[in-house]
Design a protein around this ligand. Structure first.
Ligand SMILES: [Zn+2]
Length: 242
């Protein structure tokens, strides 16, 4: 018995010590091997998130800009497709307009005349090519930068005139006010302001427009589904701006 105890004692002590070392080491190693990949994984994930964030910030900016610019406008002008030639009618020499609005426009002119107001049609449909010349030639001639030019003329592809639904109107008795803000002081303008809506015409660029100068002579037709579709984005913008 004594010998057994002795043996146990002598064996136990080093074994216990060794066990202590042997058992803690693997545990530590196990933890170590568990923690290291976890740390690497955490580092990798946080690194990925950081790089993703740094990438999404400019993306967010782009989205923010897009949210403001969801209509794809350029310098305050919305894009418009050119109307197909079959839908255009010549109502006067050099004045072509969309067939949908021709009757209403001529009726408006006739009714104004009956009230002693003489409207003159200055410009109706303009092709994108013509708009291209107007925009770039005049911009260059007048030594203007694009944003300055865009205040008074739409860039090609962005003019309501390309749709056939826009008409520039003057006063037959005040031709010096053609394409001029002074047109708002004419009888023709006063009559239009009072009556144009009856014929489904409205001013496109009023005094509240931030990017495009006030154009009292420029009216657009909104009396058909096609016309309303064409100007839907523009009207949505105006409503959002209110
Ligand atoms: Zn115009």
């Amino acid at each position: 018995m004594e010998r057994k105890e002795e043996v146990i004692e002598t064996i136990d002590i080093p074994v216990a010590e060794r066990k202590y070392l042997k058992e803690t080491n693997p545990k530590f190693k196990e933890k170590f091997f568990f923690i290291i990949p976890l740390l690497i994984l955490l580092f990798f994930v946080s690194g990925l998130r950081f790089s993703r964030n740094s990438k999404t910030n400019p993306l967010k900016n782009i989205n923010f800009n897009n949210a403001n610019n969801h209509d794809h406008s350029i310098l305050g002008h919305l894009p418009y497709n050119e109307i197909s030639k079959e839908k255009l009618v010549l109502i006067e020499p050099n004045i072509e307009v969309h067939i949908d609005m021709s009757e209403s426009l001529l009726q408006m002119k006739e009714d104004a005349k009956n009230e002693g107001i003489f409207l003159v049609f200055l410009s109706g449909y303009r092709s994108i090519n013509l708009q291209n010349n107007i925009f770039y030639t005049l911009k260059s001639k007048r030594n203007q930068i694009a944003s300055e030019r865009a205040r008074v003329s739409a860039p090609p592809g962005y003019s309501e005139h390309s749709t056939g639904f826009a008409i520039d109107i003057g006063d037959s008795n005040k031709r010096d006010t053609d394409f001029d803000v002074k047109f708002e002081n004419t009888d023709a303008f006063r009559w239009l302001k009072k009556n144009a809506a009856k014929y489904h015409f409205k001013l496109s660029f009023n005094k509240n427009n931030k990017n495009v100068d006030y154009e009292p002579w420029h009216w657009r037709y909104e009396g058909s589904i096609d016309a309303l579709k064409v100007f839907e984005a523009s009207n949505r913008n105006i409503n959002n701006a209110k």
